[in-house]
Ligand binder design. Structure first.
Ligand code: ADP
Ligand code: 5GP
Length: 214
């Protein structure tokens, strides 16, 4: 198959906590291993099963602030009383290589990246839960947070949901398989856009040469 040179996409997934974006991000990565997951830095403590450098870079507040001061963050925000931020370096490398990067970040981070010089390469997708009752059930079902943390996340979810219209696409995550299929469709369509494939000029030039040689 002919590989057409393509610009890397910045795929931003946001949702209220518990709506299913980490689950969808993992499924998308399994479907396309060439996708690069942007590992954020955070000052929150690791949950059981989380490993430093895999889900997050777990950092102290001082270390996090030093990264911000050194200009190493593409965006950062305070979420649920902790700091979260996207390290710039890996994103720049992926963009240079024409690889797509997946971000699991909140609306504040989404807004900062969309408004940055990288904004034209952003595809942003908001995940909604089918109901607030489902959202709460999923947060509890995950069984990784204390009652106090769950209550805090539920209280914030209304605010997060209020930003849905800032996104290019919205998926209601009723059935996880259906939501995954929608996400893949969006990605395939965005990758096929003419303006995202600078390599098409050369490709069509090759087709024309073929015409001329007939
Ligand atoms: P987020 O990353 O948005 O906080 P998660 O991906 O951790 O959310 O999902 C929260 C919980 O909900 C997990 O236990 C996950 O397995 C479950 N979940 C995700 N999508 C669905 C769905 N469509 N139906 C039922 N449970 C779901
Ligand atoms: P959690 O603690 O559940 O892993 O994440 C809490 C929230 O922080 C989620 O909404 C998640 O998308 C968001 N988040 C994770 N990493 C980043 C980041 O680097 N920047 C921003 N702005 N938000 C992030």
């Amino acid at each position: 198959m002919t590989e057409i040179q393509r610009r890397g996409l910045l795929i931003i997934l946001s949702s209220p906590s518990g709506a299913g974006k980490s689950t969808l991000a993992k499924r998308l990565m399994a479907w396309d291993p060439s996708l690069k997951f942007s590992v954020s830095a955070t000052t929150r403590k690791p949950r059981p099963g989380e490993t430093d450098g895999v889900e997050y870079f777990f950092r102290t507040k001082d270390d996090f602030e030093a990264m911000v001061t050194a200009g190493e963050m593409l965006e950062h925000a305070e979420v649920f009383g902790n700091y979260y931020g996207t390290p710039k370096g890996p994103v720049e490398v992926a963009m240079r290589e024409g690889r797509d990067t997946l971000f699991d970040i909140d609306w504040q981070g989404g807004q900062q990246i969309r408004r940055s010089s990288l904004g034209k390469d952003v595809v942003s997708i908001f995940i909604l839960p089918p109901s607030i009752a489902d959202l709460e059930q999923r947060l509890r079902g995950r069984a990784q947070d204390s009652e106090e943390v769950i209550a805090g996340r539920m209280a914030k979810s209304r605010d997060e949901i209020s930003h849905w219209a800032e996104y290019d696409y919205v998926i209601i995550n009723r059935d996880i398989d259906a939501a995954e299929a929608e996400l893949k469709t969006i990605l395939e369509a965005e990758r096929a856009r003419a303006d995202r494939q600078p390599g098409l000029n050369d490709f069509v030039r090759g087709l024309n040469k073929e015409f001329e040689a007939r």
